[in-house]
Each structure stands twice: as C-alpha cells, then as structure tokens.
Design a protein around this ligand. Structure first.
Ligand code: E4P
Length: 153
C-alpha cells in the first residue's frame, strides 16, 4: 500500500510522527510526504489537502493521512478533488467505517483535538480495513460518485 501524508503548520508535528510510524510498518510499501516539514512553513491547509488528494486521484497513492488543527480544513479541501473521499476520524470506529461504509481513501486528524498515541493506534488499525465492493455500502458510495460525475465539467 502506498500512502501520501501532508499537513499544515498546525499539524506538522503529528503528521511527522504518523509518517514515521507508517514508514516503519511492513504493510506500507511507500510513504510520500508532501510537507509541511515543520511549524515554520506557513503554507495553508488547502494547498496541502488538495495536493495530497490529487496524488490519490492520480493513483500515485492508495490512501492519505492529512493533519491540520482540527482535521476539518484538510478534509474539506481533499473532498473537492473529484473521486476522493476524505473524513476526519478521531476514534477507531469512525476510522473503520470510513473505509468499510464510505470507501474513503483519506483520513484526517486534528492535532489540536487528538493526542499522538491515539492517532497512531487509529492509523495502525486503519491499515487493515478494506472496502468490500460487493457490500450493501457499495451502492451508496456509487450514488455519490454518480452525482460527482454528472456535475463535473
Ligand atoms: O481547518 C483548519 C485547520 O484547523 C487549520 O490548521 C487552522 O485554520 P485557521 O488558522 O483558519 O483556524
């Protein structure tokens, strides 16, 4: 599995911890870090969220982990990229259902909301979750995709 990570200055420190966790995990083949490297880099969250989602949309990464202050800004940004589904997850059940119910490729965290140890546990569990295209959830996700395709220019 290939994973892209990114964060704004509020999320850089947590993103770096999650990146290192992912790089040490044998289930992960490759981790691409789009930055920001540290809190001194003031590129705004939409720049990072959009860039990471585009990497997923192009198929260069299977999944993404994004961090900002709340997780909200990077999630909203990522969801603007056609074909990408992203959501904030601060608990393990939501992280599981983001994959199994919603086929989200991207999860996001708020570094001002969640502690690093819980975020790391959620990410580690999330690596094992898979969407079942034969499940009852698949048709619901397809409705979102159909809307997106019908309204894209
Ligand atoms: O959703 C936005 C993020 O939390 C970001 O890190 C902080 O944004 P703000 O500076 O506009 O509050």
């Amino acid at each position: 599995m290939k994973i892209v990570v990114a964060a704004d200055n509020a999320g850089a420190e947590l993103k770096n911890q999650l990146r290192d966790l992912l790089r040490a995990d044998e289930r992960v083949a490759e981790v691409t870090d789009l930055g920001v490297p540290d809190a001194a880099d003031e590129r705004p969250y939409p720049e990072l969220g959009l860039a990471a989602a585009e990497v997923v949309a192009r198929g260069e990464a299977d999944r993404g982990v994004l961090v900002c202050g709340t997780g909200i800004g990077v999630a909203i940004s990522a969801n603007k990229v056609p074909g990408v589904r992203a959501t904030v997850v601060h608990d393990s059940y939501s992280a599981e259902r983001s994959v199994k119910s919603n086929d989200c490729q991207i999860i996001t965290f708020g570094a001002r909301v969640i502690g690093p140890e819980l975020a790391k546990k959620i990410v580690s569990e999330w690596l094992d979750h898979r969407f079942d295209p034969e499940s009852a959830s698949a048709g619901k996700v397809a409705r979102i995709t159909a809307y997106e395709q019908a309204h894209s220019s």
